[in-house]
Design a protein around this ligand. Structure first.
Ligand code: HEC
Ligand code: HEC
Length: 240
């Protein structure tokens, strides 16, 4: 109900029933909202998203939504779309009532807008010309492997199997069958575009002087996807 609707209803109630509180009686307790009336960003985020994406939009199991580079590349439209419909075949649920979820379109607007307001940095990437959020080019598997060796192997090993740094820090395999089975192509692209700032993985600009081009990002995703195996989710024999 709108605020105006509510005031009209309350006024009618006072007029017809005299249901204002009598002098000396305790006032009404804290207002209780029905779940679909909740329109506070922080409350909605905490209740629905923090468990997977982290309390402050980072340090969670799923991608950091508070990474301003992510917000600049994805934009509010993508946030709304993914939150509404989820990602089929992954752990990301669909939240819109129209997709079987629990949130109204208005609540999803509040979430998408709230993330950009709370965590985004306007014009952060102006003049940087980042690759597009969604892949528009087609990728080449062979070039993708070469690019992986050039841009990723220092941390992930030449075949993505992981590395053990001398300091003892271990990076696990990113070609593990169960990992690749549950993650979408877009999520792989997103990680390459925006990095994992919490864990020291650079974004597409990389640590070197030359940022990765859109084609290079697309090729690396193509190579990773080619490693998924024919029956995603099933252990495949040629992979350790
Ligand atoms: C049960 C865990 C879980 C919950 C709860 C969850 N997410 Fe996700 N989310 C994921 C996973 C896993 C992915 C990556 C899916 C994939 O493979 O593409 C994801 C992806 C996303 C993406 C797209 C990331 C990209 O690559 O562009 C957005 C946006 C997002 N979630 C927003 C939200 C919001 C907003 C909420 C709360 C309303 C939420 N998520 C709740 C697990 C979750
Ligand atoms: C400077 C080191 C570094 C470089 C370079 C790097 N990464 Fe990472 N990457 C990391 C770390 C650290 C993690 C966290 C993984 C872990 O803790 O096992 C990670 C995680 C990932 C993940 C898993 C994300 C998740 O949470 O699901 C993917 C996918 C990934 N990297 C892909 C790439 C690709 C592709 C490249 C090259 C374009 C690349 N990385 C370059 C350090 C790096």
């Amino acid at each position: 109900m709108t605020f105006k609707g509510l005031s009209v209803l309350l006024a009618t109630c006072f007029f017809l029933l005299g249901c204002g509180r009598a002098p000396g009686r305790p006032g009404p307790g804290p207002q209780v909202l029905r779940p679909e009336q909740e329109l506070n960003f922080a409350t909605l985020y905490k209740a629905n998203c923090a468990g997977c994406h982290g309390a402050q939009g980072n340090h969670g199991a799923a991608i950091a939504l508070s990474n301003p580079v992510y917000l600049a590349i994805a934009g509010e439209g993508v946030l709304k779309e993914v939150t509404s419909r989820g990602v089929h075949g992954s752990l990301m649920p669909a939240f819109a009532k129209s997709s079987g979820g629990t949130l109204t379109d208005q609540q999803i607007e509040v979430l998408a807008h709230g993330m950009v307001q709370a965590w985004g940095k306007p014009n952060l990437l102006a003049a940087q010309n980042p690759p597009t959020y969604k892949a528009l080019l087609s990728g080449d598997v062979e070039r993708g492997h070469q690019q992986f060796v050039a841009s990723c192997a220092s941390c992930h090993g030449a075949n993505g199997a992981g590395t053990q740094k001398s300091g003892g820090e271990k990076i696990g395999s990113i070609l593990d069958p169960s990992y690749l089975a549950l993650i979408s192509d877009q999520a792989l692209r997103s990680f390459i575009l925006v990095g994992l700032p919490d864990q020291g993985m650079p974004d597409w600009r990389s640590d070197s002087a030359t940022p990765m081009t859109d084609q290079q990002v697309t090729d690396v995703v193509a190579w990773m996807v080619s490693q998924r195996g024919p029956a995603a989710g099933q252990p495949y024999p040629n992979h350790p």
